[in-house]
Design a protein around this ligand. Structure first.
Ligand code: AGP
Length: 598
C-alpha cells in the first residue's frame, strides 16, 4: 500500500494515512506532511500484516494539513474507515445533523461526515455496498470514496462522482486507485467506471452498480505502459526525466496520423467531417499549462483554417455566459482528463448543444469520456507536478487538429498539409538538439540562483511560451516570474525593469520579418534600462547578438512550430534553478497534479 501511495503521491502530499482491517478492528496510522512521515511512523510502530486496507495522500481542502485532518477517517464506533478525494458540498448540513444526533467530529474535514453516515447505514443491517449506495445518493459535489468495514474484512467498497477512480484486476487480488500507477506493479488490467457508480472488490471479484443499486458493468482495458514509465530512471526528478522524454513523446503523438492515401486521420475523432465543416467558431477551454497550449492552437487554427478561435480559462468559462451554438466546437485540453474546472466547462458546453472535442493524455479519464471526440496525446504518464512532456504533446495534438480541420474544410491544399506534417516529423530531432545543450541552460540557471524576479517576453506563438516559462518558474522555484507579450511592455510592465533584472526573451524566427524586428526593439528597450537579456533565437540569427547578454540558439523551425523547441530551455532553466534552490521539484508546495476540485 505504501508503494501504491508513493506512486500517487504526486497527486497530493499534505498528509498520508492508511487503515487496515485486522481481526474485526480498524488499525490506522496517519501523519501530516509527505508520505515519508507516515513511513517513518510505521517503521517505528509496525502495523499488523493483513490483506485488506485503504490508504490516501491528501491535498487539503477543508481544514489544515494536520494529523487529525489526514485520511482515513473513521466512524464513531471505529467500524468504518474511509478516504475521500473531492469536495462534499453539502457537508455542513450533514455535519449539523450528525452533531445534533450527538456525533462528535474528530476533524475539520468534509470527509468525516461520510464515515459517520456509512456507519449509521451499517447499523441498520445493510452491507457496506448498499450502505455506500445509500450514502452517496445524499451527497452533493465531487467525490471518490473508498471504505472498509471492520466486520466484513474481505470487501472494499468505493464510489465515484466527478472524481477519478479505476479498478485494477489481478489474480486472487484486486485494487482500487485514483490512477493505474497505484497498482501498475501488480497488474496492467484495469477497469474504468462511469459517474455515480459504486464498485465492490473482494479477493476474487469485482462488481459494479449505480448509486440506486442497479447492476452495471465497468469497461475493462489494458494499460499500455509499465512500471518503468512510472520510475525516475536514474534522473533526480520525474520532471527532468519527463523533459528528456520529450523527443519520444512528440514522435509517439505523431505516430500513425497519416493514412496510406497521405490524408490525416485522427482515430478517436468521432466527429464526422460534416460536423466539422459546419463549425463556425472554436472555443478552447483549459487551465494552466494546457491553457497556454490552447493559445498556441489559436494561432495555428486561425492561420491554417480561417476559423475564429477564442481561448478561455476553464474556471471562467461558464460564468461569462458564453455564446454557444450547435456549430461551435469546444476544444477541451487537459493532460489529466480530470481537471474539475475543465470538466464543468465541457458539461456546460454540451448542455448548450455544442460539440466537444478533448485533447487528453489519460486514457479513459472523465473529460474524454464525456466528449464527442478525443485526440489522445501519447506522452506516457506524467508524474512531475509541473507539466512538460504533457505540454509538448498537447501542442502536437493542437497542430494535428488544426491541420485536420484545414483538410476537412479545404482551407489548405493537401501538399501544404503534407509539408507541415513533414516539418512536424522533424521536431523530435530538433527537440533533442535543444536537450543536447542542456548544460548551457543549467549554467545559466546557476548564474541566477540569487534572482528574486524573472520576466519572460514573447510575441505571437512565442507569447504563450513566455507565459509557460514563467509558470514553470513560479511553480517549482517559487520565484516571482511573469510573462508578457513584448509589445505590451511599454504600456506598463517596463516600469518593473531595473538594473540586472533577468529577462528571458523568446525571439521569433526571421520568417516573420516584422514580428522579429519588433521583438528586437522590445529587447533593446529593456536592455537600455539595465535588464540582463537572456535571448532564445534561431541559429544564424546574428541580428540579436548586439542586444543579448546571453544567447541560446534554437534550431531553425517554422514560426508556428517554434513553441515546441523554445519552451524546452525554459523547462530546463526552471528545473535546474529549483534544484539549486533546494526545492522539491516534483512535488512543489501547495500544488497537486490533478486538480479535481473547482
Ligand atoms: C502545469 O505545470 C500545472 N501543474 C497546471 O497548470 C496544469 O497544467 C493545470 O492544472 C491543468 O491540468 P490538466 O492539463 O491536467 O487539465
Amino acid at each position: 500500500m505504501i508503494e501504491g501511495l508513493r506512486r500517487l503521491e504526486y497527486r497530493g502530499y499534505d498528509s498520508a494515512g492508511i487503515a487496515l482491517v485486522d481481526d474485526g478492528t480498524i488499525v490506522s496510522d496517519k501523519r501530516a506532511g509527505k508520505l515519508a512521515n507516515l513511513e517513518k511512523a510505521i517503521a517505528e510502530s509496525p502495523l499488523p500484516p493483513v490483506t485488506t486496507g485503504i490508504g490516501h495522500t491528501r491535498w487539503a481542502t477543508h481544514g489544515p494539513p494536520t494529523d487529525r485532518n489526514a485520511h482515513p477517517h473513521v466512524g464513531r464506533a471505529r467500524r468504518v474507515a474511509l478516504v475521500h478525494n473531492g469536495i462534499i458540498e453539502n457537508f455542513a448540513e450533514l455535519r449539523g445533523r450528525l452533531e445534533s444526533a450527538g456525533v462528535e467530529m474528530a476533524s475539520d474535514t468534509d470527509t468525516e461526515v461520510a464515515a459517520h453516515l456509512l456507519e449509521e447505514q451499517l447499523e441498520t443491517g445493510v452491507d457496506l455496498t448498499v450502505a455506500m449506495q445509500n450514502v452517496c445518493r445524499g451527497l452533493n459535489g465531487a467525490f471518490t470514496l473508498v471504505a472498509v468495514d471492520s466486520q466484513d474484512p474481505d470487501r472494499v467498497v468505493a464510489a465515484r462522482r466527478n472524481s477519478p477512480l479505476v479498478v485494477g484486476i489481478g489474480e486472487g487480488e484486486n485494487f482500487l486507485g485514483s490512477d493505474v500507477a497505484a497498482f501498475i506493479e501488480h497488474t496492467r488490467e484495469a477497469m474504468e467506471l462511469d459517474q455515480d457508480q459504486v464498485v465492490t472488490i473482494t479477493r476474487e471479484g469485482v462488481s459494479v452498480s449505480g448509486f440506486d443499486g442497479t447492476p452495471a458493468e465497468g469497461r475493462r482495458y489494458h494499460v499500455d505502459w509499465d512500471l518503468s514509465a512510472a520510475e525516475k530512471d536514474g534522473h533526480d526528478w520525474f520532471m527532468r526525466k519527463e523533459i528528456f522524454e520529450q523527443p519520444r513523446a512528440v514522435a509517439d503523438s505523431l505516430l500513425g496520423r497519416r493514412g496510406t492515401d497521405g490524408l490525416l486521420q485522427l482515430d478517436e475523432m468521432r466527429l464526422s467531417d460534416q460536423d466539422l465543416r459546419d463549425v463556425d467558431k472554436i472555443i478552447i477551454i483549459a487551465a494552466g499549462t494546457s491553457f497556454y497550449a490552447g493559445m498556441v492552437a489559436k494561432y495555428a487554427i486561425e492561420h491554417w483554417c480561417r476559423i475564429p478561435v477564442e481561448v478561455e480559462l476553464a474556471s471562467e468559462f461558464r460564468y461569462r455566459d458564453p455564446i454557444l451554438t450547435s456549430d461551435t466546437l469546444v476544444v477541451a485540453i487537459s493532460q489529466s482528463g480530470e481537471t474539475a474546472d475543465t470538466l464543468q466547462a465541457i458539461r456546460h458546453a454540451r448542455e448548450q448543444r455544442s460539440k466537444v472535442l478533448s485533447i487528453c493524455n489519460t486514457n479513459g479519464s472523465t473529460i474524454p469520456r464525456e466528449s464527442d471526440g478525443v485526440i489522445y496525446t501519447h506522452a506516457g504518464p506524467e508524474i512531475g507536478v509541473a507539466s512538460t512532456k504533457g505540454f509538448l504533446t498537447q501542442l502536437v495534438a493542437c497542430y494535428l487538429l488544426a491541420l485536420y480541420l484545414a483538410q476537412v474544410k479545404g482551407t489548405r491544399f493537401g501538399d501544404e498539409i503534407a509539408q507541415v506534417m513533414d516539418q512536424l516529423d522533424q521536431m523530435p530531432a530538433h527537440v533533442q538538439s535543444v536537450l543536447d545543450k542542456s548544460e548551457e541552460v543549467y549554467a545559466l540557471a546557476r548564474d541566477h540562483v540569487g534572482s528574486r524576479s524573472v520576466l519572460f517576453l514573447g510575441r505571437h506563438a512565442g507569447y504563450p511560451v513566455a507565459l509557460e516559462g514563467a509558470l514553470k518558474l513560479k511553480e517549482i522555484a517559487y520565484l516571482h516570474a511573469e510573462g508578457f507579450a513584448a509589445g505590451e511592455l511599454k504600456h506598463g510592465p517596463i516600469a518593473l525593469v531595473e538594473e540586472g533584472l533577468p529577462i528571458l526573451c523568446v525571439v521569433p524566427p526571421r520568417g516573420r520579418d516584422q514580428l522579429h524586428d519588433k521583438m528586437l526593439s522590445g529587447i533593446q528597450e529593456v536592455r537600455a534600462r539595465g535588464a540582463c537579456t537572456l535571448c532564445l533565437a534561431e541559429e544564424g540569427d546574428t541580428t540579436i547578438e548586439p542586444y543579448a547578454d546571453v544567447l541560446f540558439t534554437l534550431p531553425q523551425v517554422p514560426v508556428l512550430l517554434q513553441p515546441l523547441v523554445a519552451v524546452v530551455p525554459l523547462q530546463l532553466f526552471a528545473c535546474e534553478l529549483a534544484t539549486q534552490l533546494g526545492h522539491d521539484v516534483d512535488q512543489p508546495r501547495n500544488l497537486a497534479k490533478s486538480v479535481t476540485v473547482e
